[in-house]
Design a protein around this ligand. Structure first.
Ligand code: FAD
Length: 397
């Protein structure tokens, strides 16, 4: 097992990092604002990334990407994570949705939407979560679709459909089957263009003081053709699982990139700033911040690369994915929190990226399944293995 960045990946990883540092960092404040200036700045970055040969690196070649193999792309995600704007600027934001369309969409949908999606001409969005039910248990989802002739007719309410306000379509998880069908076969995914009558964005929900496109959407008799169904009827949970596994590895690598940036800022500040006759870094309590952060980043990195290797070998790695999601989100939060503390009042201003990173880190413990759900599912798997007499030998997992 080798956790070194493979030599053939170093150059592309370095080029991505340089692009982010030289092109994105200087205009991050502009990109964070809503409005036409920010949209134009992003469009121009996307063009620059294409010209530099850095666009859609992980998408398969047959849909217009550059086909970087999974493990190579894992290491590239680590540097993409340094700036929240980098995913869109480099065209990686659509990876999960385009793979889902490639594998499960009907021919007309693939033809119409797949290439523009990968090219960044249109944006996707994804809707599972509903305001009315605890959506960490998605078997409770209430939005329904019924077949009427050649159309699906959808009714319900979703929220936290991230990016719905700029998306061309939303992939919606809905109940399509009756109560007698086993619940994990009762839900389906249906693609809904956002300009379909009855699809109405109620509000862009403000989160921790900002509007970031986490939309609440009403579906009132939304009618779409049968071919908008992804995969087979009742296949929603299987498709969702397929979407989430590798996606969580990429999330966790990007969190490591964020943590690296916070760690860099913390160490630079600790070496520069003087208080009580010595640099902050010469005070033991600050050294402990640096020590704890280094240990947590390295632990999280090893865990994530180990999980990535298992996924690459065809293993679903359910326990390992749960471990990295929970450990990674906590690491991210802790490292950014310490970096803010070392910056004093400056740390909570918009003069460094830490304030914005801190908000995003808080979300990480909730989206893609709250921590508690991962803790519970991983622990149950381990306990089942003990019950079956197999134990859980870390040397073998
Ligand atoms: C920034 C952000 C972006 C998001 N983007 C999207 C998106 O694009 N599309 C989308 O569909 N959703 C999105 N979500 C929603 C997210 O997936 C849900 O918030 C998440 O699945 C939890 O569902 P819930 O909010 O209904 O919480 P609930 O299910 O109500 O859970 C609330 C709390 O209950 C506790 N809990 C739940 N289950 C257990 C358990 N088994 N054991 C112990 N405690 C438990 C946890 O502490 C949990 O945080 C986003 C969320 C955020 C914050």
């Amino acid at each position: 097992m080798d956790f070194e960045i493979p030599s053939h990946v170093r150059e592309i990883r370095y080029r991505v990092q340089t692009f982010i540092e030289s092109e994105i960092y200087p205009i991050e404040n502009v990109l964070e604002e809503a409005g036409s200036e920010s949209r134009e700045a992003m469009r121009s970055l996307m063009e620059k990334a294409k010209e530099a040969g850095l666009w859609a690196l992980g998408h398969p070649q047959e849909i217009g990407g550059q086909g970087l193999p999974f493990i190579d792309y894992v290491f590239v995600n680590e540097v993409i994570g340094r700036s929240p704007a980098a995913m869109v600027a480099l065209g990686t934001h659509s990876l999960q949705d385009s793979l889902m369309l490639k594998l499960h969409a009907s021919e007309p949908w693939r033809e119409k939407y797949l290439i523009p999606l990968v090219q960044g001409e249109i944006f996707p969005s994804f809707a599972m979560t509903e305001p009315g039910v605890a959506s960490s248990d998605p078997t409770q989802l209430q939005t329904r679709a019924v077949l009427d002739g050649n159309d699906w007719v959808i009714n319900g309410r979703k929220w936290f459909t991230t990016g719905a306000n700029r998306a061309a379509y939303t992939t919606v998880m809905v109940r399509t089957e009756t109560e007698d069908v086993p619940v994990h076969d009762a839900f389906s995914m249906i693609v809904v263009p956002t300009n379909t009558p009855g699809y109405e964005i109620i509000r862009d929900v403000k989160v921790m003081g900002e509007r970031q496109g986490h939309c609440e959407v009403d579906y009132k008799n939304v009618r779409v053709p049968v071919e908008n169904l992804l995969g087979p009827r009742g296949g929603g949970f299987k498709i969702a699982q397929q979407r989430l596994g590798p996606g969580r590895i990429f999330h966790c690598m990007r969190w490591l990139g964020q943590a690296q940036r916070a760690f860099d800022l913390m160490c630079e500040r600790a070496n520069e700033r003087v208080a009580f006759g010595k640099t902050l870094g010469e005070h033991q309590q600050i050294q402990k911040f640096i020590f704890d952060s280094a240990a947590e980043i390295q632990q999280s990195r090893m865990l994530t690369l180990h999980a990535a290797q298992k996924i690459d070998q065809g293993n679903e790695a359910r326990v390992e994915i749960a471990l990295i999601k929970v450990a990674g989100a906590s690491m991210l939060h802790n490292v950014i929190d310490r970096a803010i503390q070392v910056h004093g009042a400056l740390g909570v201003t918009e003069d460094t990226p830490l304030e914005s990173m801190y908000r995003q880190a808080r979300f990480a413990r909730i989206y893609d399944g709250p921590d508690e759900v991962h803790v519970s599912s991983a622990s149950r798997r381990i306990l089942r293995s003990y019950k079956a007499g197999d134990g859980w030998d870390f040397g073998l997992h």
